[in-house]
Each structure stands twice: as C-alpha cells, then as structure tokens.
Design a protein around this ligand. Sequence first.
Ligand code: ASP
Length: 333
Amino acid sequence: MSASNKVAIIFTGGTISMKVDPRIHAAIPALTSEEILAMVTNIEKFTEIEIINFGNYPSPHITPEMMMDLAVLVKKTISRDDISGVVVTHGTDTLEETAYLLDLTIKSEKPVIVVGAMRNSSELGYDGSSNLSAAICTAISEKAKNKGVLVVMNNEVNAASEVTKTNTLALDTFKSPEFGALGIVDNDEVIFYRDIISRDFIDTDDIETKVMLLKCAPGMNSDIINYCIDSNYKGIVLEALGRGNIPPQMIDGVTRCIEKNIPIVLVSRCPTGRVLDTYGYEGGGKHLRELGVIFGGNLPGQKARIKLMLALSTTNNMETIRKLFEKDEYKNN
Ligand code: ASP
C-alpha cells in the first residue's frame, strides 16, 4: 500500500447510517462512522481510510447550501497529495442531486464516489457495507480516474450526470435510464464498459437557491409562475409534458418571466428522451423556443434545477445560461 493510497470517506447520513428506533418503530440516523466502517470487513487490506464527519442527516434534510458546503469540503480533501480518492455516504432520496452538484463543480482526475444504502442496519440484508466496500474499491481504482463523480450502489457504477433513483425500495434503484450503467464492481474490482458521454463544469463555490421546479399537468395555469415572479425567484425549471409542451394557460406566466430576465429551463416529465421544438401549437415547444425558453435536453427536473442554481450563482445573462444547457444538444445553437 503506497502512502498516497488513502481514501477519505465523508459521512453525511442517510439510511446507510440508520437503525430502527424501538420507541417509534421507524428508522432514524443512529450509527457512527466508525460503526458503519467496522461492518466493512477486511478493508484495511485494500487501503488506508480517513474518516471525515460532515453530519448525520436524512437526505431530505440536506439543502442546496449544504450540498455546496460538501462540494467545498470534497474539493479541499481531494486536492491533498495523500488522498487518492473520496467516498461520500449519503441518503438515497436526494443522492442524485448532491452527486450531480459535486460533478458540476469539482474538477479533479481523482475518483469521487457517492454511495448510500436502501436497507437500514436493523433490516435483514443491510446493503450499506457491501455498497461501501464497492465504493471504496472504485475510489482506489486507476480506471475510475477522469470519469467525473460516480454513484456506486448494488455493484453498479453510474455517472452522477446520468443516474437517477428509479424505485422507492429496490436495491438496484439507481439507474441511468437514458444510457445504461458505466460499469460494475465485480470481485472487488471495477470494470468499465463505456465512457461518460459528456461533462460540464461550472466554476463556482456559490449557489442561487431561489430556483423553482414545477411539474406541468393538464389544465395548469400561470398562478404558480406568477407567485414565483412576485416572490423574487431567480429561475424556474418546467417539467413539461412529453416532448416539451405546456398548457396554453401557462404561456402568460412564461412570457412575464422572460420579460423580467428570469430564465425558464424546459425539461420533460417523461423519464427518458430530450425536449425539442417539434410542436407548433400554442404552448408547444416551437412556441416556447420563440418566447426564449431554454431547452434542458434530457435532464430530469431535479438535476436541471441544480444546474440552473449553479449557473445563476455565476451569471444572470440569459444567453450564457442558454449555452450551458443547449451546448451539445441543439444544432441551431
Ligand atoms: N430517506 C432516506 C434518506 O434519503 C433514504 C435512504 O437513505 O436510502 O436519507
């Protein structure tokens, strides 16, 4: 084991740190980092571990500001010469948002791995220790360098920019529905089957939190968009219908936003496929493009929101933000 073969594990909480409290018969954060690590048997044969405690939060308690604090901590840790990779433990509910924020803001060739568990330590088949050992094996792998932030769960390796939680209870809940997994962890070794499609970098340690995510549904009008404008929101992500279309009653609000230089990023509420200006009717993608709506490709709404929050922390220039979202995706840009 070389001096630089040391992995820092930053513990933030989540089910991987939970057990059932007998008084309330429900899972709460309870395990210490040392207790979690003690269940990962034989790891000392692979690498030296440094424990860093960020907190013990259920992931619905993690805010975008906390995600940014975590990103600053990961950047500081990964820049150390004695650290070869960083593993972050996290609750699975908002794991994809934290992982994507880390991916967008950290530029390092060293592996950064985000991991969690679907079963708490009181349940039969706690998956925390196997997931954590697979994450550590990935963090020490030469092959995991220059791949951006990776999510390792259930022995699958997915790119933070592509992965999403697809199931409320399954152990293999983390999937990349658009492109498939990057690889697997097998026999304590990571094997990649493909490379990442593309990566973005937003150079910021700051985050604009006043960004709303709205899911569109039939008959919706401009009420909530108008509320956002009046409440000083700086940006809106619209999870539109199908190919990227909205009910015509929402057009008023969209127009008001763009007049006030509040960017609207359009994504789809469909789990896969990108948005496009295919339809020319009122509220269709073509109409939205003409109004100045930004097209968000195939990002899910929750990821587009993180990207817009980071973009808005660096600029409020609509065209700069548009380029960030439409860069490789749309040929007319
Ligand atoms: N509700 C938990 C959390 O996100 C779920 C988990 O960690 O799997 O903290």
